[in-house]
Design a binder for this molecule. Structure first.
Ligand SMILES: [Zn+2]
Ligand SMILES: [Zn+2]
Length: 703
C-alpha cells in the first residue's frame, strides 16, 4: 500500500484530501483507521504449541498511519521534555537500540578495568504494552478494577492501595506545568490523539465480528510507542525517587580525579536495565534491595515483573576485596538472589544470575565478547547453509549473490556490531571465516587440498571483487555510531566516553584505534594524533564527514588485512616435532592436537583421574576438563602424586567418559565458551587428605 502512495502521490492526495479535512475538522478519525487485525507471530524460540511463544502484532490500514505520524511529530517535542533522560525508545533522547546498548557496554568496560564489582539488572515486564497503555494514558474513570485486584492479590493492604491509587491519579503528569504548551500548537492535537484511542477495535482471523474497546491502543501504531514511553517515564521517575529515598543510588567514581557519575537506568520502550556498582561483599545485598524497590514500584502501576528464568536477570562480576567469598556465597544460593524490601505478606521472589543476557538483541556479559560472537557466527553459518544452493548456483550473477548476502546474511551477522568491544584473535578468526566462507561460496573459489586449483588468498578475493573486509565492516559501523552519538548527543554517553577509565580491549580503545586508522585517509589527515575529545569537536563541526568515512571504508586501501587473523607462516622456526611423522609445530598444545587428529592419540593424564574432584588436594572442580587442567599443569604436587598412584581408568572407560561429555562440550562451544570455562567456583571438599607418596622427582604418564 505504501508503495502505491509513493508511485502515485498526486492522484492519491486528491482522493485522500477530503478525508483528511474531515478528520481534522470533525476531530474524529475514520473508524477504519482505529483498528486492525491481530495476528500471532512466533517468537522463534520455545515450543510452537505454547501460547507464550507468540507475540501479538496488529495489522492496520496504512493510510491512517501517515496521518498519525503528523500528530506524532507535533507531540514529539512535548514527549521529549516529559520523559526521563535515559529513555531511548521511540526516538526519544536521540534514541536507538545501539545507543542504549552502548551505554551498558561502556559501563561493563569501565567495571572491567576498575577494582570495583558491578552488576546490571535487566527487568522484563509481563505483557507490558497491553497493561500500561490501556489504563494510564487516558484518564478513564472505570476499568481500574483489574489493576486494584492485582494490587491486592500481590499482597498490598487496603490502605496501601488507596495511597497508590491517589498517587498515580494525582502525580501522573507532575511536570506538566513546566512545559511550554505552545510548542505543540493547540488542543486539537491532544483531542485528536485522544479520539484516536477511543472506540478502537480489533478483529482476528477465523473469528466472526470484532472486539470493541472503549479506550485503548495496540502496539504498532505510530503514536503508541510515544505514548508508551511517556507512560513508562512516570514509572521510571517514581522508581528513581524511591531508590534515592532508600539511598540505593550508586555512582561510578573516576579513579584519578574522583569525579562521580550517577548511574542511571537505561530503557528502550519496555526494556529496562539498571547498572549497579558496589564492593564485592555488599553487591548481592544491594541488588536484592534494588530489585525489591523496583518490583514494588512497577506493581504500583499495575505492571508485574517477570522473574521466570530467561526473563528478568542479573549479570554481575565480583572484583576487589572479598570477591571469592561473594562468589561462593552466590553459588551456595544456587545463583539466585532473593529479593528484599518486600512487605511481610508478599510471597518470596527470586531473580537469577546469568553469564550473559540478550539486551536489545545483543548479548552483554562481563566475560567478554565470546557469547555474542558465537551467537552471530552460529546464525550466519545456519543461514548460509539455507542459502547455499542459491549461492553456489553458477547461473546467477555475482552481484546478485552479493545483494543476497548483504540482505539475508550480513544484516543478521553484523547486527549492532558497532557496539562490539575488542575481539580476541580466535573469535575474530571465527567471524572472518564465516564471512569469507560466504564470499567464497558465491564466487566458487575454494581451496581444495591435494588438487591443482586457482587458489586465491582472502585479500585477493576482496580486492578483485571490491568487497569489504570483515574487520572494516565492524570499524565502519563503530565510526558511524560515534558520529551519530556526537550528532544526537544523548545524555550521559558523551560525558562517559571522554573519561579516562577505559583500558585496552574496551570499546573506547577500539574506537581510538579506528580513529587513528581513519586519520590515514586524505580527508582526515589533519587529525592525526587527535584524542577522543578533539575528534568529538572535529566531527561536531563537520557532520557531513559521514560520507567521507563511508567512502574511505569502501576504498581498496581500507580493505586489506588490517587485523591479524592469520597464523604465522607454516614451515619457519618450528621447534617441536611429532615423533610419528614429519609434522612440526610451535607449542605442546598444537602437538597434542595433531597427535589426536592424525594419530588418534590422547593425553594419558585422563586415565589417572576420574570424576570432578582432585583426589590429592580434594578440590571440587565441577567439570572434568577443569580438573584435568589442574592436574596437567602440575603447579601443585597433585600431578606427581596422581602419576605415582597409577591409572584409575582403563582407556576404554576414559573413552566412554569422553563420549558422555561430548555433547556438553559441543554446547559450550556453541555458546562461545571453551572446554575449560569455569561455571562454578571450586570448593574444597571435607575429608582426610591422602598421605603423599615418596618417589622419583619426575614421573611421566604411562599408558
Ligand atoms: Zn604426526
Ligand atoms: Zn589437586
Amino acid at each position: 500500500m505504501s508503495d502505491i502512495f509513493k508511485l502515485f502521490p498526486f492522484h492519491l492526495a486528491k482522493i485522500f484530501f477530503p478525508l483528511m479535512i474531515k478528520t481534522f475538522v470533525r476531530v474524529s478519525p475514520p473508524l477504519q483507521w482505529k483498528g486492525g487485525m491481530i495476528c500471532d507471530l512466533f517468537k522463534n524460540k520455545g515450543s510452537p504449541a505454547l501460547i507464550l511463544s507468540y507475540r501479538d502484532v496488529l495489522l492496520m490500514d496504512d493510510d491512517g498511519k501517515g496521518v498519525q505520524r503528523l500528530l506524532r511529530k507535533r507531540l514529539f517535542p512535548l514527549a521529549n521534555l516529559l520523559c526521563v533522560d535515559s529513555q531511548f525508545g521511540g526516538g526519544l533522547n536521540g534514541g536507538e537500540t545501539a545507543i542504549a546498548h552502548l551505554y551498558l557496554r561502556l559501563f561493563v568496560d569501565s567495571i572491567n578495568f576498575s577494582r570495583k564489582s558491578g552488576a546490571i539488572v535487566f527487568y522484563d515486564v509481563c505483557s507490558a504494552f497491553a497493561t500500561l497503555l490501556r489504563r494510564i494514558i487516558f484518564d478513564i474513570d472505570q476499568g481500574d478494577e483489574n489493576w486494584l485486584r492485582k494490587l491486592s492479590l500481590a499482597g498490598f493492604t487496603e490502605d496501601d492501595i488507596d495511597h497508590i491509587y491517589n498517587f498515580v491519579k494525582c502525580s501522573f503528569f507532575d511536570n506538566y506545568e513546566n512545559v511550554d504548551l505552545s510548542s505543540t500548537g493547540n488542543n486539537l492535537v491532544f483531542n485528536l490523539a485522544q479520539e484516536w484511542y477511543t472506540n478502537t477495535w480489533t478483529s482476528q482471523e477465523f473469528l466472526p465480528n470484532v472486539t470493541y474497546t472503549t479506550a485503548g491502543s495496540a502496539a504498532g501504531t505510530p503514536l503508541a510507542d510515544l505514548m508508551y514511553s511517556l507512560a513508562m517515564s512516570r514509572v521510571l521517575k517514581t522508581m528513581r525517587q524511591a531508590l534515592r529515598n532508600e539511598g540505593l543510588e550508586t555512582c561510578l567514581r573516576e579513579p584519578d580525579t574522583g569525579v562521580e557519575f550517577p548511574l542511571a537506568d537505561v530503557s528502550f520502550v519496555d526494556d529496562m536495565a539498571l547498572p549497579i556498582v558496589c564492593n564485592a561483599a555488599m553487591l548481592v545485598d544491594h541488588i536484592a534491595n534494588v530489585c525489591g524497590i523496583v518490583y514494588l514500584t512497577f506493581l504500583m502501576f499495575g505492571m508485574e515483573l517477570n522473574f521466570l528464568p530467561g526473563k528478568s536477570a542479573v549479570v554481575l562480576c565480583f572484583q576487589g576485596q572479598g570477591k571469592k567469598q561473594a562468589a561462593l556465597d552466590l553459588f551456595k544460593a544456587d545463583n539466585v538472589i532473593r529479593i528484599k524490601k518486600l512487605p511481610n505478606n508478599f510471597r518470596s521472589v527470586t531473580i537469577s544470575v546469568v553469564d550473559t543476557y540478550k539486551h536489545l538483541g545483543t548479548h552483554i556479559s562481563f566475560k567478554g565478547m565470546n557469547f555474542e560472537l558465537a551467537f552471530r557466527c552460529g546464525l550466519m553459518r545456519a543461514e548460509t547453509c539455507k542459502l547455499r544452493s542459491i549461492l553456489r548456483n553458477s547461473e546467477l550473477k555475482f552481484y546478485k549473490k552479493i545483494h543476497l548476502i548483504q540482505a539475508y546474511l550480513l544484516s543478521k551477522g553484523t547486527f549492532q556490531c558497532s557496539t562490539w568491544a575488542a575481539l580476541s584473535k580466535p573469535f575474530y578468526r571465527r567471524f572472518h571465516g564465516c564471512i569469507m566462507g560466504m564470499y567464497r561460496d558465491a564466487l566458487g573459489e575454494y581451496h581444495t587440498p591435494c588438487s591443482i586449483n586457482d587458489m586465491f588468498s582472502d585479500d585477493d578475493i576482496i580486492y578483485n571483487n571490491s568487497l569489504i573486509y570483515p574487520y572494516t565492516m565492524i570499524r565502519m559501523s563503530r565510526l558511524l555510531l560515534f558520529v551519530r552519538v556526537i550528532r544526537k548527543n544523548p545524555p550521559f554517553i558523551m560525558n562517559f566516553l571522554k573519561q579516562p577509565m577505559f583500558g585496552a580491549g574496551s570499546w573506547v580503545s577500539c574506537l581510538q584505534q579506528d580513529l587513528t586508522w581513519l586519520a590515514v585517509s586524505d580527508k582526515f589527515s589533519a587529525c592525526n594524533g587527535f584524542s577522543i575529545t578533539q575528534w568529538t569537536d572535529f566531527f561536531a563541526s563537520r557532520l557531513e564527514s559521514v560520507g567521507a568515512i563511508r567512502k574511505f571504508c569502501m576504498s581498496p586501501w581500507a580493505n586489506v588485512s588490517t587485523h591479524n587473523n592469520y597464523n604465522n607462516v607454516v614451515g619457519l622456526n618450528h621447534t617441536i616435532g611429532c615423533t610419528r611423522c614429519k609434522y612440526m609445530c610451535d607449542s605442546d598444545q598444537q602437538l597434542a592436537l595433531h597427535l589426536f587428529k592424525h594419530h588418534g592419540i590422547k593425553d594419558n593424564i585422563r586415565l589417572y583421574v576420574s570424576g570432578t574432584r582432585c583426589p590429592i588436594c580434594l578440590m571440587e572442580f565441577w567439570q572434568r576438563e577443569v580438573l584435568l587442567n589442574h592436574v596437567r599443569r602440575g603447579r601443585t604436587p597433585c600431578k606427581r602424586q596422581v602419576l605415582l598412584r597409577g591409572p584409575v581408568l582403563t582407556s576404554a572407560q576414559a573413552d566412554e567418559v569422553d563420549d558422555e561429555l561430548r555433547t556438553f562440550y559441543q554446547n559450550q562451544h556453541r555458546r562461545g565458551l571453551r572446554r575449560h570455562a569455569v561455571s562454578a567456583p571450586c570448593i574444597r571438599a571435607l575429608g582426610p587428605k591422602v598421605t603423599f607418596l615418596a618417589g622419583p622427582a619426575r614421573v611421566h604418564a604411562q599408558p
